[in-house]
Unconditional design. Structure first.
Length: 221
């Protein structure tokens, strides 16, 4: 259905702009990381929308897999690290994510795309990508470690009362998006975009809470 990926794209783009504007005001790298993650969500859902309108192409499939499945959770986790962890820890994760993103682009560019599977009426076009084992391993590692960082960050926040509800909402939103993807794999493809839209709204509510806390503190020179 066209409407769900379109709504998710609009929401992602709008929220990304708001969070990026906050970054320009406060220069908090957590907000830049989250704005970029929301931008990636928007690119992924835009690919889904374009595929719904005109069909999947190799470029759309590769772009969707990069932005929607490979690196977005890692950049959400980067924001949590910049918010809660010592800066050196966050910078190490940033370097890892930058390297992983470049490597994923390289691997996806060289991956074959099955033209028959690309035109499947039951499966999304990204499943037509013949993914190298290294890329599949990267996806599992980034999503597993990224989700762990988000969940541990939420637990840490709850214990030490540092942006507790905000981080719980960010982690919950990520899990909602992942849940929509799981339902898609069971044949309920429309639930993916619904889960993305709902998850992004929940995450953005958490982002708003950190932004409000940042505004409440005096800006350092």
């Amino acid at each position: 259905m066209l409407i769900f990926p379109l709504i998710a794209t609009i929401i992602s783009a709008f929220f990304s702009g708001i969070v990026f504007r906050q970054y320009l005001t406060r220069r908090n790298p957590a907000h830049l990381s989250w704005a970029f993650a929301l931008f990636l969500f928007g690119v992924g859902t835009a690919c889904d929308f374009l595929a719904s309108v005109g069909g999947w192409t190799p470029l759309i499939a590769r772009t969707y897999y990069l932005t929607g499945a490979t690196v977005v959770v890692g950049f959400l986790a980067l924001g949590t690290l910049y918010l809660l962890a010592p800066r050196p820890v966050a910078r190490v994760w940033l370097v890892l994510m930058a390297g992983a993103t470049i490597l994923a682009i390289f691997l996806l560019a060289g991956a074959e795309v099955d033209p028959v599977k690309l035109k499947s009426e039951t499966d999304p076009g990204w499943k037509a990508i013949d993914k190298p084992a290294m890329l599949s391993g990267m996806v599992v590692a980034i999503n597993s470690l990224g989700t762990l960082i988000l969940v541990v960050g939420a637990a840490y926040s709850a214990v030490y009362r540092r942006f507790a509800l905000a981080n719980i909402l960010i982690a919950a939103g990520t899990l909602i998006v992942a849940g929509g993807g799981s339902l898609m794999r069971l044949g309920h493809y429309e639930f993916q975009s619904i889960g993305q839209a709902l998850g992004i709204i929940v995450m953005f509510t958490g982002f708003l809470m950190t932004m409000a806390a940042a505004r409440a503190r005096p800006k350092t020179s």
